[in-house]
Design a protein around this ligand. Structure first.
Ligand code: PLP
Length: 390
C-alpha cells in the first residue's frame, strides 16, 4: 500500500545533508562549548558560526539570535521574557495583545501571564484565522508592551499581514513578536522587512533536527531568561548548548532558504491540485478552511472539515484513522492537540460549529511531495468519506 506523508506542518523528515553536517558534532567534536580547551573551542566555534549563519539568513545580527529547544520555548521566552523584564524595569505589568488563533505555545503563556495579573487582550481572528492591523490598533492601551501574532496559522495556513501590523506597533512604540514557525525556510523572512522585534523559528519544521529552535530578539530589547543556571546565550537561556542540533538547524535553514523559491512554487501548485481536486470530488460535503488561490496563505497547508450529513456528525478521529489505514498520514490540525477529542481551538475561534470543527483534517505538503501522492490523497479521502457516510 502507498504511504503518503501529509503532515509536514507537524514535522518534517531530517534532510540527509543536515544529518551529514551534524554527525561530526555527535562524534569526534563532542566538546562542551563552554570549555576553554581545544575541543571546547571547536564546539564554541560551531555554535557561533551557526548563529552567524542563521542571523545572516534573516537579516539579523548574530547577537540577536537566542538558541532554544524549539518553537514552544522560543514563544514562551518572547512573551514571558519581555513582559517580566518590563515589569522589573517599570514596576508595572504591561499589556499583551494576541489572537485566539495562535498556537498553544503562545496562548498558554499568555494565559499564565493573565492568571498572574498581566492584562491580556485576545483578539477574535477574521475569516480563516488572521487579525487585521485595525483590530490591533483598536486594542492598544497606554500600557501595551507587546503584540504577539503568528506569520502563518498552523491549522489553516492563512498569513497575518505582519508588515502592516509592525507599522502600527512601531507608531505606538509597542514591541511585535511573530511566531514564524510555519514559514521559516519556506517564505522569505527578513526581520527588517517584516519589522518585527522578536521572531520564533523551529528546526524540525524545515528539515532540521527536533529539539532546536531560535528566537530572534532585536538589539536593545531586554528579556528575562526562562531557564537560569548558566550564562549561555548571553544569559538569556542557561544550559549546555546542543551543538549538533545548533549546527543542524543552521544547515537546514541555509538549505531551505537557498531552495525556498523553488520549493514554495512547487508546493503551491500541489496545494492547488489538492484543493481543486477535493472540491471536484467532495463538493458541498466538505468545507474548505484554507483560503483559495490568490488569498494570502502559506503554500503547504490545506485544511478542510466536514459538516454533519443528514444531522449525523462525522467522527474526526475516525476519519484520520481511516486515512491512516489507507496509508495517508494527516492530522486534525495542531499535532499538539490532536489525540484529544476537543475540537480545534482555531476552527472554533473561526466560528465553526463544534461538530464541524471536530471533523477536520489538515493536509500539509512538503518539498518531496509528488503529484501522484496528492492524487492518491484525493481518491482516498473521497472513498473514506463515502464509506463513513454510509
Ligand atoms: N508555533 C507554531 C505555529 C507551530 O506550528 C508549532 C508546532 O507545531 C510551534 C509553535 C511549536 O514548535 P515546536 O514543536 O518546535 O515546539
Amino acid at each position: 500500500m502507498q504511504q503518503v506523508y501529509m503532515d509536514h506542518a507537524a514535522t518534517t523528515p531530517l534532510d540527509e545533508r543536515v544529518l551529514e553536517a551534524m554527525l561530526p558534532y555527535l562524534k569526534e567534536h563532542f566538546g562542551n562549548a563552554s570549555s576553554v580547551h581545544a575541543r571546547g573551542r571547536k564546539a564554541r566555534f560551531a555554535v557561533e558560526a551557526s548563529r552567524e549563519r542563521i542571523a545572516g539568513l534573516i537579516g539579523a545580527e548574530p547577537g540577536e539570535i537566542v538558541f532554544t529547544s524549539g518553537g514552544t520555548e522560543a514563544d514562551n521566552l518572547a512573551l514571558k521574557g519581555v513582559l517580566q523584564q518590563r515589569q522589573q524595569q517599570q514596576g508595572a505589568r504591561g499589556h499583551l495583545i494576541t489572537s485566539a488563533a495562535e498556537h498553544e505555545a503562545v496562548l498558554r503563556p499568555a494565559e499564565a501571564l493573565s492568571d498572574a495579573g498581566w492584562p491580556v487582550t485576545i483578539l477574535d481572528p477574521g475569516p480563516h484565522g488572521a487579525v487585521t492591523p485595525h483590530q490591533v490598533t483598536e486594542a492598544f492601551r497606554p500600557d501595551t508592551v507587546l503584540v504577539s501574532l503568528m506569520h502563518a496559522n498552523n491549522e489553516t495556513g492563512v498569513l497575518t499581514p505582519i508588515e502592516e501590523i509592525a507599522a502600527v506597533c512601531r507608531k505606538h512604540d509597542v514591541l511585535l513578536h511573530c511566531d514564524a514557525v510555519q514559514t521559516a525556510g519556506l517564505l522569505p523572512l527578513n526581520v527588517n522587512d517584516l519589522g518585527v522585534d522578536l521572531l520564533s523559528m523551529s528546526g524540525h519544521k524545515f528539515y532540521g533536527p527536533k529539539g532546536i529552535g531560535a528566537l530572534y530578539v532585536r538589539g536593545g530589547v531586554d528579556l528575562d531568561p526562562l531557564v537560569e543556571g548558566g550564562s549561555q546565550e548571553r544569559k538569556r537561556r542557561g544550559g549546555t548548548e546542543n551543538v549538533a542540533a545548533v549546527v543542524g538547524c543552521a544547515e537546514a535553514l541555509a538549505l531551505a532558504v537557498d531552495e525556498a523559491a523553488a520549493r514554495a512554487e512547487r508546493i503551491r501548485c500541489l496545494q492547488r491540485r489538492l484543493t481543486h481536486g477535493l472540491q471536484d470530488r467532495l463538493g458541498n460535503a466538505m468545507q474548505l478552511n484554507t483560503p483559495l488561490d490568490d488569498a494570502p496563505v502559506a503554500p503547504h497547508i490545506v485544511n478542510l472539515s466536514f459538516p454533519p450529513h443528514e444531522e449525523q456528525p462525522m467522527d474526526g478521529e475516525m476519519l484520520l484513522l481511516n486515512l491512516d489505514m489507507q496509508g495517508v498520514h494527516a492530522s486534525a490540525g495542531s499535532a499538539c492537540t490532536s489525540g484529544a477529542l476537543e475540537p480545534s481551538h482555531v476552527l472554533s475561534a473561526l466560528g465553526l460549529p463544534r461538530a464541524t470543527a471536530s471533523a477536520a483534517a489538515r493536509f500539509s505538503l512538503g518539498k518531496d511531495t509528488t503529484e501522484e501522492e496528492v492524487d492518491y490523497v484525493i481518491e482516498t479521502l473521497e472513498t473514506v468519506v463515502q464509506r463513513m457516510r454510509r
